[in-house]
Design a protein. Structure first.
Length: 257
């Protein structure tokens, strides 16, 4: 992990889904780089534990609910001040085709993966405009570009995040930059949960490794390092785009030749 104690000194950073996985790694990154951090999550035990360890703020918030998001951003402003950086990381996965997906499952995935990013941006952007500067990172997925089987709601939600990213970048330039980060397979609790559902978890993990040119699975800290760079002054000319961090997944056509 990159450590520059003053790199983001006193920058106020909100991270959704911040209690574990990529969100936790991102919280650790910004904590090591001088930020004031608010993590939003529905996992109270993990959220409070991480907040106590890093001396940061934790807020219970279902980021798919507008009233909770609105109230939480008011609390963040009262406790810390206007937000400089928003990391829309909260997300869930459900495995199903269009014909298998229930309306309830579809709405759940869209609400957590997509609506939450809209709502948090809606209430963070006024903070940023007051400061005339801000960055929003939407954590999308390699499946914003390509899809595995039976992930209809997930891949749809992550693809739609790219449109939201462009709209925010266009509508609030030049004060606010917005970038989508699109990871491939990452060693997170979500991945561990998913592979535990199949008959041979190690075989599934090996298949994930084999798909990437790097022949391995990313660690959450690698995604956090990219997020940190994209939020830094060095990335000030990057906005509106989607950046893949997937080990080269899908760039090679399999061939026997």
């Amino acid at each position: 992990m990159v450590h520059h104690p003053t790199r983001f000194l006193n920058k106020i950073v909100v991270i959704t889904g911040g209690a574990k996985g990529i969100g936790e790694a991102t919280a650790r990154y910004f904590s090591a780089n001088g930020s004031q951090i608010a993590i939003l999550d529905i996992d109270e035990n993990k959220g409070k534990e991480l907040a106590n360890e890093l001396n940061i703020k934790y807020y219970f918030c279902d980021v798919s609910k507008e009233n909770q998001v609105k109230n939480t951003f008011s609390k963040v402003q009262s406790d810390l001040g206007n937000v400089d950086i928003l990391i829309n990381n909260a997300g869930i996965q459900r495995y199903s085709t269009v014909t298998e997906t229930t309306e309830e499952e579809w709405d759940l995935v869209m609400n957590v993966n997509l609506k939450s990013a809209f709502l948090c941006a809606k209430y963070a952007i006024p903070h940023m405009l007051r400061k005339q500067k801000g960055v929003i990172i939407n954590v999308a997925s390699v499946q914003s570009f390509m899809s595995q089987a039976r992930v209809a709601p997930y891949t749809t939600s992550k693809t739609a995040l790219l449109g939201l990213t462009r709209s925010i970048a266009v509508d609030y330039a030049p004060q606010v930059r917005c970038v989508a980060v699109c990871p491939g397979t990452v060693n997170t609790p979500m991945l561990q949960h998913d592979v535990a559902q199949v008959p041979n978890p190690e075989e599934a993990l090996q298949a994930c490794r084999d798909m990437a040119l790097s022949k391995r699975i990313a660690e959450p800290e690698e995604i956090a390092n990219l997020i940190g760079f994209l939020c830094s002054p060095e990335a000030d000319f990057i906005t509106g785009h989607a950046i893949r961090i997937d080990g080269g997944l899908g760039v090679m056509i399999p061939s026997e030749v």
